[in-house]
Design a binder for this molecule. Structure first.
Ligand code: MF3
Ligand code: CO
Length: 251
């Protein structure tokens, strides 16, 4: 098992600067995409433009060969779907997963939102997924266990009648897009590595209306629910501080 990289206060400040940029770009993208008829074809170009404006680089393009600047997953799609030339429709549940490189350090964040009028079930899924992420984040503290995060996420999501995806996890982030440790969104309290000040963690529950099982698309990237039911995804990059945590992918 490779070691979890501890970041200095200076590095965490830079990651936070990048994270603020990421949050602002995400808000703009959400606003632009949230309308029926939006053409996703132009999204990579738009993101490159925004990144230039915010003096940062998109982190995912080319990462392990990933062919887009963002992951845009709709309805039963969970993660790692490319924008392609799809058109957003009224009632779509859209998940955007986006990362930045700023001064050679990485941030990673995801949001889900509805386009126009949504079913009560879709609205509930979005709310519960976001809240489950915050339940997980609330477990972040020095000397806590990584397993405390997944336990809190799972308990909250399942108490609301949903399931958590098992095959995909959160992760360390900062020097690279993905670093150790893996952060499961399920499991037991008191298990896994011990958290230390200076660790930077991407906490990212993916929550399904139906079963937790996934299937993979033929493009080799896209991942959707095996049963075709809706899925949502939220993610923040979070630092372990002296007495708790700080969320770095927001103001
Ligand atoms: N946020 C995504 C994750 O943690 C990063 C995807 S990289 C990509 O899985 F190359 F797959 F886009
Ligand atoms: Co991530």
């Amino acid at each position: 098992m490779s070691k979890i990289i501890i970041k200095t206060d200076e590095e965490i400040e830079i990651i936070h600067e990048g994270g603020r940029k990421l949050a602002r770009i995400m808000e703009i993208l959400k606003e632009e995409i949230s309308r029926p008829g939006y053409l996703t074809k132009g999204l990579d170009k738009r993101i490159n433009e925004l990144c230039e404006k915010f003096d940062a680089k998109p982190a995912f393009m080319g990462y392990r060969g990933y062919p887009a600047t963002v992951c845009l997953s709709i309805n039963d799609e969970i993660v790692h779907c490319t924008p392609g030339d799809r058109i957003i429709k009224e009632g779509d549940l859209v998940s955007l997963d986006f990362g930045l490189r700023y001064k050679n350090l990485y941030t990673d964040s995801a949001i889900s939102f509805g386009v126009g009028k949504m079913t009560p079930l879709a609205d509930k899924l979005i709310k519960v997924t976001e809240a489950s992420m915050y339940k997980g984040i609330d477990q972040v503290r020095p000397n806590g266990h990584i397993g405390d995060i997944g336990q809190a996420v799972q308990r909250y999501a399942e108490a609301n009648g949903f399931s958590v995806v098992r095959d995909l996890t959160g992760h360390g982030v900062g020097k690279q897009v993905h670093e150790p440790p893996q952060i499961l969104n399920y499991g037991r309290e008191g298990t896994g590595p011990i958290m230390k000040k200076g660790m930077v963690l991407a906490i990212e529950p993916m929550v399904n209306v139906g079963d937790w099982r996934i299937k993979q698309g033929i493009d080799g990237w896209s991942i959707m629910t095996a049963d075709g039911e809706l899925s949502a995804h939220f993610e923040h990059t979070v630092a372990v501080t002296d007495d708790g945590y700080e969320i770095l992918t927001k103001e």
